[in-house]
Design a protein around this ligand. Sequence first.
Ligand code: OAD
Length: 227
Amino acid sequence: MKKLVVLSGAGISAESGIKTFRESNGLWENHEVTDVASPEGWERDPHLVLDFYNQRRKQLLECEPNAGHKGIVELEKNFDVHVITQNVDNLHERAGSSKILHLHGELTKVESTKDKNLVYDLDGWELKWGDKCEKGAQLRPHIVWFGEAVPAIEPAIELTRAADILVVVGTSLNVYPAAGLINYVSKRTPIYLIDPGQPLYTPAPNITFINEKASTGVQKLINLLSQ
Ligand code: OAD
């Protein structure tokens, strides 16, 4: 089976009701990204950060995977599909994708502020000040904040290098190192970009741009690949 690697971003979850980042004037649900998604923001006001991610988790409970997520599952019938996602939601999992690598962490998990290797599934949506790890340190959201290392980038690079087909869906390709993954495919590897807007990319013979929302764009991709 050919290896098909999907690099997804906020746009794939837009039709499930989760706002993208760069279409909100640099604000994330009315907050400066640096206030809620950086180690400095956490130092300054951990209560604000905890509340922010609690609200995101609560919102996620009301969201369902859309036809874009489901179409990517459908691709597993004919391809060895690996999803690399920048999203912290769990909509790829809930749609049924079997191989998912989260580059920027996961909303449903929390980690120790003392030892990053101590990661736990959170029961319910609320992480409180005073919730501690087994070493007695405060727990924080399991999210890769700006300025932090992206540990999953190495396996993501390996997957992208080995891709027979790369599908990029719903990402503006603005945030590194994720955006740099596209440079690891070989020159002959076909790349399909699904986005209703105009993402940054360099036109090349191996790139097909499907200028549509994820719901219809992924379906179009399935049709193209079955030809
Ligand atoms: P962006 O908000 O930068 O880009 C979203 C992309 O999705 C844009 O290119 C939109 O045109 C496109 N889009 C909008 N609606 C769509 C739809 N219905 N179907 C398909 N595409 C659609 O989001 P990301 O590229 O994911 O990092 O942002 C990357 C990272 O920046 C995020 O993971 C986050 C953020 O700061 C962290 O939280 C660490």
